[in-house]
Ligand binder design. Structure first.
Ligand code: AMP
Length: 277
């Protein structure tokens, strides 16, 4: 399963990503987490990102594209992944399209957590208070001032991605204002509706599958049901996402389509830089 989680800071992307990781055995790729680790380790990328992150702005596209490109090549990606916090701009999305194409990886869906902005501030304040009560270190970009900046940046730079992925028939919108449990259930419901979830192989299921395989004559064509499911997927996607049209309308600025040439250039730039290092 290969997914992108989209939503403003505080929408619950991290929490839901962890639940998906646990349920489906996939890997969470959070650019925010990776950058924070780089800052803590004092790597060149970390040094470059530190100030930018503290101010609530975005680190340069080529930095995060490079991080993701490297990560997608790791062997633990084979079961699937969930991108959390990436892409965050239309150029990043176009570069990701290029990367996935080059690496022959297919994206299953983009799950948008739709939330009410005014409630976000409360959520973040509660999260910070809870972390302090547990004696945990609080992120320096989790203050109300920096959060307002991160929200503004989400609105102008990231929200156009709703239109971008809706146009590409990848967008599934979930009401992120429900309880954590409800949101998880809804995400799993829509993912299975589009056929993105493959049941985890339990020992019993694996044994049954093995027995079934052994009983089948060799060289038999793949089951018709898989073909049927693939055919039905676009319909299910439409039914699963209740508000794709509204989502597209809501995106204030229509996403500028990045030409294939420009996206290729962005990926090339990153590849060249890495080759130099
Ligand atoms: P997050 O944990 O996703 O809220 O990210 C924390 C900070 O890391 C952001 O405010 C940005 O400064 C930086 N960051 C994370 N992901 C990206 C990205 N895809 N593009 C640019 N900056 C990012």
């Amino acid at each position: 399963m290969r997914l992108i989680l989209l939503g403003p800071p505080g929408a619950g992307k991290g929490t839901q990503a962890q639940r998906l990781v646990h349920k489906h055995g996939i890997v969470q790729l959070s650019t925010g987490e990776m950058l924070r680790a780089a800052v803590a380790a004092g790597t060149p990328i970390g040094l470059q990102a530190k100030e930018v992150m503290a101010s609530g702005a975005l680190v340069p596209d080529e930095v995060v594209i490079g991080i993701i490109s490297d990560r997608l090549d790791q062997p633990d990606m084979k079961n699937g992944f969930i991108l959390d916090g990436f892409p965050r701009t239309v150029p990043q999305a176009a570069a990701l399209d290029e990367l996935l194409k080059k690496k022959h990886i297919k994206l299953d869906a983009v799950v948008e957590l739709r939330v009410n902005e005014s409630a976000l501030l409360n959520r973040v304040e509660t999260r910070v208070a809870e972390m302090r009560a547990r004696g945990e270190e609080v992120r320096i970009d989790d203050t109300p001032e920096v959060l307002s900046k991160r929200l503004a940046s989400y609105r102008t730079l990231t929200e156009p991605l709703i239109h971008y992925y809706s146009e590409r028939r990848k967008l599934l919108t979930v009401d992120g204002m429900m309880t954590i449990e409800h949101v998880t259930r809804e995400i799993n419901r829509i993912l299975s509706a589009i056929g993105a979830t493959e049941p985890k192989a339990t020992p019993k299921a694996a044994a049954t599958a093995g027995a079934r395989k052994a009983a089948k004559p060799a060289g038999k064509k793949p089951a018709k049901t898989a073909k049927k499911a693939a055919k039905a997927a676009p319909k299910a996607r439409k039914a699963a996402s209740k508000t794709p049209k509204r989502a597209a309308k809501k995106a204030k600025k229509p996403a500028k389509k990045m030409s294939k040439k420009t996206a290729k250039k962005a990926v090339k730039k990153v590849t060249k830089k890495r080759a130099k290092r």
